[in-house]
Write a protein that binds this ligand. Structure first.
Ligand SMILES: Nc1nc2c(ncn2[C@@H]2O[C@H](COP(=O)(O)OP(=O)(O)OP(=O)(O)O)[C@@H](O)[C@H]2O)c(=O)[nH]1
Ligand SMILES: [Mg+2]
Length: 442
């Protein structure tokens, strides 16, 4: 992506009431003035950052001009707010492209912001997280990261490593001064490593919040899977009947459980069946169960033989046994199972909070680490943090051996890895990969 062209793209989703078109680059004001007519001049200082009413080829449109560097990209930016709908957007875009702007690539506006130093790489990634956030907690995490919470920690780690390198180099420059291994240096590296370890611990929560969790409802026919699905989804999505074998296909819904984005899947009840349609449904159930991170295995607490209810159960580290229909039976002894178990009644909406508590415990763990952290790194940052940590460990060993030249080299590797996370040093392929995943207009 070059950074000198003037680029343009619709910045709002198709189908909305208003289409926002964004233009960025040195020619953005010139392009805006060619396509938009109005009483006031958006290029006049008194009109900067003000919405001005006018039209694009006779269609009403608001225009605003934001001169760089105080704009999203850091370049001169112009925006047009036109009537929504694909046709109005296409008309305005065509005119803009004819007047010298080029269609922006996905993520190109944010890429410019990065190149112009408005955002570092973790903040640019937060822009993408913000758009795809599937829960309020995921959104808050992205907002904090966009505000620089992660950058701040990483820059601090970077600076501390950089100071250690200077100390190593001082020893190399003055070898006669007998600057031996100082336990305080080991202490300093240890504390940097501790900070890195804390960030690495957050990777799990980061993945849960960014990628969401696949939760599948499994079990025998008629156990109440679809009823629980509808209850958790908050709407009557799946068909519920007293006839075993009601659900044939998998049904999915994006929901939020315990602040975490969840893809909830209802499945066909598992049983041997001669019906070819049901057989196909059961195959789909098995595939969904195999791919799920968490399985709510729904069992009928009112069944005559509770042991028999669990006979076909499969256990994975993500299985929770959910004894349903507890309103129909009392005080029954349930078989011991190698997984957590809860007793609920979907019909009476009772004990669902206990099921959610078990779910949260399963995905986030217990105690201190179970809280959603202030910052949480993604997979790319996690890999680079591990790389930095390994280099710091080597550096510590070299320090202990008194080999300050090798120690400095290892410290430099660690610093380089941290710099790659924030984009202080990054190769074009990595940048491409990151920004390619953005939507057009961001
Ligand atoms: N009494 C009582 N009935 C329930 C409860 N949960 C579900 N049911 C009833 O059990 C029957 C089966 O419910 P579904 O949700 O369709 O069961 P399912 O597991 O999806 O069944 P299949 O789709 O056939 O695999 C329906 O008549 C529900 O109303 C419950 O907690 N208590
Ligand atoms: Mg069902």
């Amino acid at each position: 992506m070059n950074t000198t062209d003037t680029i343009a793209a619709p910045a709002s989703a198709v189908g909305g009431a208003v289409t926002v078109i964004r233009i960025s680059g040195t020619e953005s004001l010139a392009v805006l003035k060619k396509v938009w007519n109005g009483k006031n001049d958006p290029g006049k200082e008194e009109n900067f950052r003000k919405m001005l009413l006018g039209n694009v080829k006779g269609d009403p449109a608001l225009a605003v001009f934001m001169p760089g560097p105080r704009s999203y990209t850091g370049d001169d930016v112009a925006e047009l707010h036109c009537h929504g709908g694909a046709a109005a957007a296409a008309n305005a875009m065509n005119t803009i492209l004819q007047e010298g702007a080029r269609m922006a690539e996905p993520g190109e506006f944010t890429f410019r912001a990065f190149v112009n130093g408005k955002l570092d790489l973790t903040q640019a990634e937060a822009v993408s997280d913000l758009i795809s956030a599937g829960s309020d907690a995921a959104l808050k995490l992205a907002e904090r990261q966009l505000a620089g919470s992660l950058s701040e920690k990483l820059n601090d780690v970077y600076d501390r490593i950089s100071k250690m390198i200077s100390e190593c180099e001082a020893r190399l420059d003055f070898p006669d001064e007998d600057l031996d291994f100082d336990p305080a240096d080991a202490e300093k590296i240890s504390s940097i490593r501790q900070e890195i370890k804390n960030l690495l611990t957050s990777a799990r929560a980061g993945a849960l919040l960014r990628d969401g969790i696949d939760v599948v409802l499994a079990g025998k026919p008629n156990a109440g899977k679809s009823s629980l699905f509808n209850l958790l989804a908050g709407q009557e999505r799946a068909i519920v009947t007293p006839i075993p074998g009601t659900t044939r296909d998998t049904v999915e819904s994006q929901i939020v459980l315990c602040d975490l984005p969840v893809k909830l899947t209802d499945t066909a009840g598992l049983r041997e069946s001669g019906d070819p349609v049901e057989k196909l449904g059961v195959e789909r159930s098995r595939r969904a169960i195999a791919a799920a991170k968490v399985i709510f295995w729904v069992l009928d607490y009112s069944a005559p033989d509770l042991q028999g209810e669990t006979a076909a159960m499969e256990f994975s580290p993500g299985t929770i046994a959910v004894w349903n229909k507890s309103d129909l039976a009392q005080n029954r002894i349930t078989p011991e199972l190698p997984c957590p178990a809860v007793k609920i009644s979907v019909a009476q909406n009772s004990n669902i909070d206990e099921l959610l508590r078990e779910f949260k415990k399963m995905v986030l763990g217990e105690g201190e680490n179970s809280r959603i952290p202030e910052v949480a790194v993604n997979a790319r940052s996690g890999a680079l943090l591990s790389e930095a940590d390994a280099a710091l460990q080597y550096a510590m060993e070299q320090f202990a051996n008194g080999d300050f030249e090798l120690a400095a080299s290892d410290l430099r590797s660690a610093m380089h890895a941290i710099g790659k996370i924030t984009g202080k040093n990054s190769d074009p392929d990595v940048l491409d990969e990151i920004f390619r995943n953005f939507c057009i207009g961001k």
